[in-house]
Design a protein around this ligand. Structure first.
Ligand code: ADP
Ligand code: MG
Length: 246
């Protein structure tokens, strides 16, 4: 693994006075594909929102490429190479794919817009074929690809993606995951929140499990079985560990 680009230390954050993240320590290396998993309500979405400046930070730090981005404005965080794809679809349904990408390009210098759009179409061939289609007329899977494309247009160094497979057909989920792998292969670091643990474990280079606002497991997908993962989700512990305790 390359040197860590993102180093989160003792991060406590939430909504107003309500703490959801209870001391998160976690780091992500350049070029990693990290799957962040855990039961509902664990704080996965809250962690991504916090990285993107959308929650109340109580304490701790978020070092990104050596600078603390904790509490910065999302625009500033974006300009430092962090892009975020929130859960759900938030494209403009009455605009075409091409127009949606133009909107997403609003922060990009004029002379780079065309080359950056071409970059995105190269990465997302399925969207290129739909460039004149109204976003709202596309399938859920295609709309999810558009969400990711709008974020990738910013040429992020790290892409934060929240549950892109929710509500999609198995075929569409396959396409979304293929696309994530292609984005990763093109040099973007990925931090993916995903409920579809089988798919996530198959593509990620590292798995992190969150429960009750804390990291309870961090390792290679090969080092944990599906049953162990389920057990961790449910109880926060592994029976195997209990058995080995003196
Ligand atoms: N905007 C909000 N205001 C207050 N509480 C919230 C808000 N969003 C989420 N929560 C609470 O934060 C906790 C963690 O939620 P979330 O981060 O969405 O979990 P996950 O993504 O792991 O399912 C939950 O108890 C949820 O009810
Ligand atoms: Mg969530």
């Amino acid at each position: 693994m390359d040197k860590s680009e993102l180093v989160i230390s003792d991060l406590r954050a939430g909504y107003g006075s309500l703490d959801i993240l209870n001391g998160i320590d976690l780091d992500v290396g350049k070029g990693e594909f990290v799957a962040l998993m855990g039961p509902n309500g664990a704080g996965k979405s809250t962690l991504l929102k916090t990285l993107f400046g959308q929650t109340t930070i109580k304490s701790g730090s978020i070092l990104w490429q050596g600078g603390n981005i904790a509490g910065l404005h999302p625009r500033e965080i974006l300009s430092r190479g962090v892009s975020y794809v929130p859960q759900g679809r938030c494209n403009f349904p009455l605009m075409t794919v091409d127009e949606n990408l133009q909107v997403a390009a609003f922060t990009i210098a004029d002379d780079k817009v065309l080359s950056d759009r071409d970059y995105v179409y190269e990465l997302f061939p399925a969207l290129q074929a739909r460039r004149s289609t109204l976003a709202g007329n596309m399938s859920g899977g295609e709309q999810q690809l558009l969400e990711m494309a709008m974020a990738v247009l910013q040429r992020p160094k790290i892409l934060l993606v929240d549950e892109p497979s929710v509500g999609l057909s198995p075929t569409a989920i396959g396409v979304v995951f293929e696309e994530l792998q292609r984005i990763h292969a093109n040099g973007h670091t990925i931090l993916l929140v995903e409920q579809n643990t089988k798919k996530a474990m198959a593509v990620a280079s590292r798995a992190i499990i969150l429960r009750l606002g804390k990291v309870i497991w961090d390792g290679a997908p090969a080092d944990i079985t599906h049953d162990e993962l389920g057990e961790l989700f449910l109880t926060g512990r592994m029976a195997k560990e209990d058995a080995s305790m003196p």
